[in-house]
Design a protein around this ligand. Structure first.
Ligand code: FEO
Ligand code: CA
Ligand code: CA
Length: 699
């Protein structure tokens, strides 16, 4: 990195950052995953099974955890998210609230009026706010990129233009009025991108190449508009940092599994140089100013899983790849232009996806790095924090039904400003998986959503180590096997099966860690437990972890469910005890983010409440803990991704992913015309919302 880099060290704890879908969403996003069998068939306990055992231990563990938190080690004023809800009022300087959550003198600073849920084909924001697209699918990113023309799209154009289905969004400020926006491009909706498209078998090779180029990520330079909270693409002059990363971008492996036999292929006999990234969903940033991007539903891109050696089949099955089918329905057939997607010919190629990828947005010539120490799963993303002693911690979810929550803790400590050292931190450390234990009798978790007698779905938990550096903690598996087949390692150590763990992110103000559990309609009544208390869970819930001593490096924690989602009129919902007549309905929490005041922002994917997906905000402390309000909703067929509240709290960014992605929609009969209006085709786009008078969001 040249000394002239405008990179700024990021605030240490901020890492802004990721159901009932249409048939199109299911097919293109995750390869009809919900229609397939659950891939976690391990006989791992649902922890309802182990409550009795835990009852003997939990008292000590939980009391220990909470006692330590009250001692307040580590993070600023670090107040326990589970403790006295009014305790922070004075500290925040907003302590003159009336406690009624009616918009007068609120302690949270979230003084916008909640929007009404709706089905409008537009982005809806509260009264007094404005919104606009920042960058759209097809907008020129690199020099020489042509203007977007839906009817004349080419692979060469797409490789220089903003990709499809934007997901994770983060902003690296360069001074007050400029910044670099990083955006993931998770997947493609070929049915909406190409006229007459039916499937990958009959697609033209050019269409397949366009899809390859529309995946990946983008770095685009943006600028503030007229001193407001609005931002727009810089289109004048040479944009030094702009970059497109695609399925064809050369990358490298680092960490303990790099070079392992499991990662070697004919094209890369050393197992160190994978090509491209796939299905990058959510993400995070590092304290040294890079992006961590998660490869998620990579399983859907490969063919001929039935042609791999028998010994490999269980590993494919566990990661959601059919070993009885040659060409899965809906497959994009990338193998028709790149043979590596054919598992019969290149059985190890799939092991080279499913990683956390680190990208340096300030160096467009840098090689993205797949960090093997963080394990291989359907990575929603990775968000970082610092342990009390300065080690780097990355929290991660594995977004499938009955999968697990993970964290990585580096061996060495972060040293501010020492980039060369910091960039090695994610290559050596311990990968853990979470086990959640409830503190209420199993009989009280009856599946109705009714709170147990102690008034909370809550309990204690532990981080179980899987591997440290090159030393495996899992009997019968080498370190490389633990990292490449992480799900199977976690099966063996008693991790808790969760309801689709997506974003996991630490609150920079309180130190609480929040896990979005999107939904899981496959959970049976016999499988409910205190951390996943509803069977056929279609609305999802949010779990809050308070690490022991509020230290992200701890190996035990306390947890509770502040949000059990759905229609607040449904008795099976819970909004942290707040008056449910005042809150917004929410379904399918997916991505979480925090503003600088520590309020929790939640975006949804696949709302089951009859209205469009949206973005919601909720204080997690004080008398308004649980006072959830909807800030924004997205157009027809879309999901709300991204969310990012800028450091100055004057701008809220969201990625509007897959607008118009409804069953039966085509370019001939689009169901959305957002964002361009008229008779236009829908275009996934990043949107910014801001206060019309330029103030802080919610003020
Ligand atoms: Fe790509 Fe887990 O949503
Ligand atoms: Ca997501
Ligand atoms: Ca309880």
């Amino acid at each position: 990195m040249a000394n002239t880099s405008p990179r700024r060290p990021l605030p240490l704890l901020t890492s802004p950052h990721k159901g009932g879908r249409s048939a199109l969403t299911c097919r293109f996003r995750c390869g009809d995953q919900c229609a397939h069998d659950v891939t976690n068939t391990s006989d791992n306990t649902y922890f309802g099974d182990v409550v009795a055992e835990a009852m003997t231990r939990r008292g000590m563990l939980r009391a220990g955890a909470l006692g330590a938190i009250v001692a307040g080690v580590g993070i600023g004023t670090a107040l326990p998210a589970l403790a006295d809800p009014d305790v922070d009022a004075n500290r925040s300087g907003h302590g003159h609230g009336n406690g009624h959550g009616n918009g007068h003198g609120q302690k949270s600073g979230l003084r916008f009026t909640a929007i009404a849920p709706n089905t409008d084909d537009k982005v809806t924001v509260p009264a007094g706010y404005l919104s606009a697209a920042v960058v759209r699918w097809g907008d020129p990113v690199l020099p020489g990129a042509p203007a977007f023309d839906f009817e004349k799209q080419t692979a060469a154009a797409q490789a220089k233009q903003f990709g499809y289905n934007c997901d994770y969004v983060t902003l690296f400020p360069m001074g007050h009025n400029r910044g670099l926006l990083w955006v993931n491009h998770e997947y493609t909706d070929e049915n909406l991108m190409f006229r007459g498209y039916t499937d990958g078998n009959s697609a033209t090779e050019e269409q397949i190449k366009i899809a390859l180029a529309a995946h990946g990520g983008s770095v685009v330079e943006i600028e503030r508009v007229g001193g407001s909270g609005q931002w727009k693409l810089v289109t004048r002059g040479f944009r030094r940092y702009n970059r497109r990363i695609t399925v064809r971008t050369p990358m490298k492996f680092t960490g303990p599994a790099a070079g392992s036999a499991l990662l070697r292929t004919a094209a890369d006999p050393r197992g160190t140089t994978p090509i491209g990234m796939l299905n990058n969903c959510a993400g995070g940033t590092t304290p040294w100013g890079t992006v961590l991007s998660g490869e998620e539903n990579f399983n859907q891109y490969f063919v001929n899983g039935n042609g791999v050696p028998e010994a490999q089949k269980p590993y494919l099955t566990r990661y959601g790849v059919s070993t009885t089918t040659g060409i899965p329905s809906g497959n994009r057939r990338f193998d028709r232009v790149e043979e590596r997607f054919d598992l019969a010919k290149h059985p190890n190629e799939i092991n080279r996806t499913g990683w956390i990828v680190e990208i340096d947005p300030f160096d467009p010539d840098s090689t993205p790095i797949k960090r093997t120490a963080l394990g291989r799963l359907a990575h929603e993303g990775a968000t970082t924090s610092l342990a009390a002693d300065g080690r780097v911690v990355a929290y991660m979810g594995d977004d499938s039904r009955f999968e697990y929550v993970y964290k990585f803790v580096s061996r060495e400590r972060y040293i501010r400003g020492f980039d060369r050292h910091n960039r090695t931190l994610l290559d050596d450390g311990t990968l853990y998986v979470a086990k959640f234990t409830g503190d209420s009798p199993a009989a009280e978790i009856d599946g109705t959503g009714k709170l147990p007698a102690d008034g909370q779905f809550d309990g204690s938990g532990e981080w179980i180590p899987l591997v440290t550096g090159k030393v495996s903690h899992v009997p019968g598996m080498t370190a490389a096997e633990v990292l490449v087949y992480t799900r199977m390692a976690a099966d063996k150590v008693g991790a808790t099966k969760m309801d689709r763990p997506e974003d996991v992110e630490r609150n920079p103000v309180t130190g609480g860690v929040y896990v979005a559990l999107t939904n899981n309609t496959n959970r049976t009544p016999a499988q409910v437990d205190e951390a996943n208390p509803r069977p056929a869970n279609k609305h999802g819930h949010v779990l809050e972890i308070v690490e022991r001593r509020n230290d992200a490096g701890a190996t035990t924690f306390a947890w509770s469910l502040p949000l059990v989602c759905g229609d607040p009129n449904d008795p099976a919902t819970y909004f942290a005890g707040f008056d449910k007549t005042k809150v917004s309905a929410i379904s399918c929490p997916d991505n979480v983010a925090f503003d600088a005041d520590g309020n929790l922002w939640i975006s949804t994917d696949g709302s089951q409440l009859g209205a469009h997906d949206g973005l919601f905000a909720m204080p997690v402390r004080g008398s308004e803990r649980g006072y959830l309000k909807q800030f924004l909703s997205v157009p027809v067929g879309a999901e709300t991704c991204g969310p990012l509240v800028s450091e100055d709290q004057r701008s809220v960014f969201v990625a509007v992913q897959h607008p118009g992605e409804t069953t039966g929609a085509t370019p001939e009969a689009p169901t959305s015309h957002w964002p361009d209006g008229g008779a236009s085709q829908p275009r996934p786009s990043v949107v910014v919302a801001w206060h019309a008078r330029g103030g802080k969001i919610g003020s």
